[in-house]
Design a binder for this molecule. Structure first.
Ligand SMILES: [Zn+2]
Length: 158
């Protein structure tokens, strides 16, 4: 049986995959600096997001999509390098929110056999994004490594 897919979440999932591909295509220091400057020099960040996307994919984002994606562009291009520390209390809140199940395989987990994961890897977006954290069982976390695997459709990302 096909899972019941929430259209809105599915669209956001696709936009995140496009963002990932954008970042990979632009992986070059000079290009990244250029993009950073375009954001810094413009007061209309949404328009910059739209233009970048159009240049890369020939796809016109609507306002809502551009606003959604801008937070990812901002996180990637403006990220602070310092890692944030998350304590057990924050881990417990996440575990509770996930009903003490691994967010990918849904195996039962506790504080002692789970790990905190950045849904979109820390190396990409730092700690800039809100709600970018999930608890995973140890084997899922090892398997996930640096890939973006959106726990879909049970995403807590949005
Ligand atoms: Zn798991």
């Amino acid at each position: 049986m096909r899972p019941n897919i929430d259209n809105q979440k599915f669209k956001q999932f696709l936009l995140i995959k496009l963002f990932e591909s954008f970042v990979k295509n632009m992986k070059d220091q000079a290009k990244e600096q250029q993009i950073r400057l375009r954001f810094l020099n413009s007061s209309n960040k949404i328009l910059v997001t739209k233009n970048l996307f159009f240049e890369q994919f020939h796809y016109s984002l609507n306002e809502e999509e551009a606003a959604f994606l801008y937070q990812y562009f901002h996180a990637y291009y403006m990220k602070r390098k310092q890692r944030q520390f998350y304590d057990n209390q924050e881990r417990l809140i996440l575990l509770h929110h996930q009903n003490y199940e691994c967010n990918l395989c849904h195996k039962a987990i506790t504080l002692s056999n789970s790990e905190l994961d950045h849904i979109i890897p820390w190396s990409m977006v730092g700690d800039e994004l809100k709600n970018n954290l999930q608890m995973l069982c140890i084997s899922c976390n090892r398997r996930k490594n640096k890939n973006i695997i959106i726990p879909f459709p049970n995403a807590i990302l949005f």
